[in-house]
Design a protein around this ligand. Structure first.
Ligand SMILES: Cc1cc2nc3c(=O)[nH]c(=O)nc-3n(C[C@H](O)[C@H](O)[C@H](O)COP(=O)(O)OP(=O)(O)OC[C@H]3O[C@@H](n4cnc5c(N)ncnc54)[C@H](O)[C@@H]3O)c2cc1C
Length: 479
C-alpha cells in the first residue's frame, strides 16, 4: 500500500499550502484548480506590459526569524526581494493639506506634531501604542505556536486600551479638524475597522515585518506552486471539481466537470464553505448552525472594484497609497463618494515598462449592484467605461495630463472575482473566532476525511489561509 492520497480543491493560498505541507510529509496530493493559474484571490493580471495587482497591500512575515517568515520559507514563497515603502499612505485634500503616514515612527511623530501641535497628547499616545505593537504580530500568533500567543501577554495593557476603538472613533481623539478627518481613513480607508489592525500593520511596517513581495501577488503564489511541483505534487489547471464523493460518511475523492472521478483517501476543499457545502456536497450535510451561518449572504464587498491604469508616467516618486479627498461628492458605481482610495505601484519597477507606472483605484461596492448590471452586458460595459472616465476626471487636478497618459485600463468587479476564484456572494460565513485565531480548518459534520480551508472558513489574510492549509494537512496526518 502506498502513502495516503489527498485531493485538494483549489490552488488558492490554503490549497497550495496544504499541497506543499502534504508533499513534504510524504503524502500523494493532487490539486484541482478551475482557473489556469495558481493563487485564487492572491493574483494579478497583465495587460500590454503592465501588471495589475489584485491583492497584496501588506504581506505579514517579511522579517527573518518570525514564525510567518518560516512558513513562507517552507512554502518557497518568500521572494528574493521584499519592498518596504516608506509610507503606509498619504492623505490629501483639494486645498493642499497633506498627511504622510511614514513607517518611520520618529518621522511620523514629528510630522503629526508639526501638523497639529495642539494634539500632542493623542499623538504621543498613538506613537506609544505603535511602539508597543512593534514587539509582536497578530499574524505570527496565528501562524506560530502557543509561545507566540504568550508573547502577546506582554502588551496586554496596550491591547485592552486600544481594542474597543475603530479608525473612526480613534480619529475623534484629535481636535485638529484635518487630523480628525484624515486619521479615520489611513488604513485602506476602512473607517469602521478596529484600530488594532492599523497599529499591527503600521508597527509591522516600522520594523520591516510587513512588506510587498517584489513582482506582486501572482509571482508570490506562483513561487508556492513551483515549490509544490518541485516536491512532486500535481496541479491540474482548468479542472473544475463538481462534487465531493462521500461513501460511508467518509470523503473518498472528487468528481470533475468532465464526469471523471479521482479517488483519494481524504479531501481538502479550498472552495468557499458555502460552495463546498451547498454545491460540492449537494446540501446534504448542513446542520442548524451551518444553515444559520449561510442564511444571510453579505451584500457589501470591501475593495470589490479595481479600476487599474497603465500610465506613460513615472510614479516612482509618488507615495505607495493615497487617499484623495474630492472637491465635492461624486457618484461612482453604487454610491456617492467624497474621496478616492488609490494604490500607486511606482515602488515596484517590475510591474510596468521602464519609466511608466500602474495606478489603481479601489472601491467598496455591493454584489447586488453588479449582479443586476451583469445581466445586460452592454450596460455592464458602459458602467465600466463611465467609471474610468469619471475617475480620470477626478484624478486630473492631482495628476495633470493623466487622461492622455493612459495606455491601458482595466475594471475588475465582484463578477470578475467570482468568475476567476469562485468567491461569490454569501461567502462570508459567521466568523468562527476560535478558528480565525488558531487558523483551524473547518470540519463538516457527518463527513470524515474532509476539511475546508481558506478565507471564508476563517483564514485571516494570506498568512492565515496558508496556516489553515498547513493545519488541515497536519490534522489529516494525525487521523
Ligand atoms: C483586494 C484584496 C486585497 C487583499 N489584500 C491583502 C493583503 O494585503 N494582505 C493579506 O494578507 N491578504 C490580503 N487579502 C486577502 C487574501 O487575498 C485572501 O485572504 C487569500 O488570498 C484567500 O485565500 P484562500 O485560501 O481563501 O483561497 P482563494 O483565494 O479563495 O482561492 C480558492 C481557489 O480555489 C479555486 N476553486 C474554487 N472552487 C473550485 C472548484 N470547484 N474546482 C476547482 N477549483 C476551485 C479558485 O479558482 C481559487 O483559485 C486581500 C484580498 C483582496 C480581495
Amino acid at each position: 500500500m502506498g502513502s495516503p492520497s489527498v485531493a485538494i480543491i483549489g490552488a488558492g493560498m490554503g490549497g497550495l499550502a496544504a499541497g506543499v505541507y502534504g508533499q513534504r510529509a510524504g503524502l500523494r496530493t493532487t490539486i484541482f484548480e478551475m482557473h489556469d493559474k495558481p493563487g485564487g484571490l492572491c493574483t494579478a493580471w497583465t495587460r500590454r506590459g503592465y501588471t495589475f495587482d489584485g491583492c497584496i497591500h501588506h504581506l505579514a512575515g517579511c522579517r527573518e526569524g518570525t514564525p510567518t517568515y518560516r512558513m513562507w520559507e517552507d512554502l518557497g514563497a518568500m521572494p528574493r526581494e521584499v519592498l518596504f515603502p516608506a509610507e503606509l499612505t498619504q492623505v490629501e485634500t483639494p486645498d493642499g493639506k497633506r498627511l504622510t503616514v511614514h513607517t518611520d515612527l520618529e518621522r511620523l511623530e514629528a510630522h503629526l506634531l508639526d501638523l497639529a501641535p495642539g494634539d500632542s497628547r493623542p499623538i504621543r499616545r498613538y506613537i506609544g501604542a505603535l511602539r508597543a505593537f512593534t514587539g509582536f504580530d497578530l499574524f505570527d500568533a496565528m501562524t506560530g505556536t502557543w509561545r507566540e500567543w504568550a508573547r502577546l501577554l506582554r502588551p496586554v495593557p496596550t491591547v485592552i486600551r486600544w481594542a474597543p476603538l475603530t479608525m473612526r472613533t480613534f480619529a475623534e481623539r484629535f481636535r485638529d479638524p484635518f487630523l480628525r478627518q484624515a486619521m479615520a481613513t489611513i488604513q485602506y480607508d476602512w473607517v469602521d475597522t478596529p484600530v488594532m489592525l492599523h497599529l499591527n500593520i503600521l508597527a509591522g511596517g516600522a520594523v520591516r515585518r510587513y512588506g510587498f513581495p517584489a513582482g506582486g501577488s501572482l509571482r508570490f503564489a506562483q513561487s508556492m506552486a513551483d515549490r509544490y511541483l518541485a516536491l512532486g505534487g500535481e496541479i491540474r489547471y482548468r479542472t473544475k471539481v463538481e462534487a465531493i464523493l462521500v461513501e460511508r460518511s467518509r470523503a473518498v475523492g472528487v468528481r470533475l466537470a468532465d464526469r471523471s472521478e479521482h479517488r483519494a483517501d481524504a479531501v481538502i476543499s479550498n472552495a468557499t464553505p458555502h460552495a463546498t457545502l451547498h454545491r460540492l456536497l449537494g446540501g446534504k450535510y448542513l446542520d442548524d448552525r451551518l444553515r444559520a451561518s449561510f442564511a444571510r449572504p453579505q451584500d457589501e464587498v470591501v475593495m470589490g472594484v479595481h479600476v487599474s491604469f497603465g500610465l506613460a508616467r513615472d510614479l516612482s516618486r509618488e507615495p505607495h497609497a493615497l487617499v484623495l479627498w474630492l472637491r465635492e461628492p461624486v457618484k461612482l458605481a453604487d454610491r456617492v463618494r467624497d474621496r478616492l482610495d488609490l494604490e500607486l505601484y511606482g515602488f515596484d519597477p517590475s510591474l510596468a515598462p521602464p519609466g511608466k507606472g500602474v495606478l489603481k483605484v479601489l472601491l467598496d461596492t455591493t454584489w447586488s449592484y453588479w449582479s443586476e448590471l451583469g445581466r445586460d452586458r452592454a450596460r455592464y460595459r458602459a458602467e465600466k467605461e463611465r467609471l474610468v472616465e469619471t475617475i480620470l476626471r477626478l484624478l486630473e487636478p492631482r495628476f495633470p495630463g493623466i487622461t492622455g497618459q493612459v495606455e491601458v485600463w482595466d475594471v475588475a468587479t465582484p463578477l470578475t472575482t467570482e468568475r476567476y476564484t469562485g468567491v461569490g456572494p454569501g461567502f462570508v460565513a459567521k466568523p468562527r473566532w476560535g478558528a480565525v485565531l488558531s487558523a483551524r480548518p473547518m470540519a463538516v459534520p457527518g463527513v470524515k476525511g474532509l476539511q475546508i480551508v481558506g478565507q471564508s472558513a476563517g483564514g485571516a489574510g494570506i498568512p492565515g489561509c496558508a496556516a489553515m492549509g498547513r493545519n488541515a494537512m497536519a490534522g489529516l496526518q494525525k487521523k
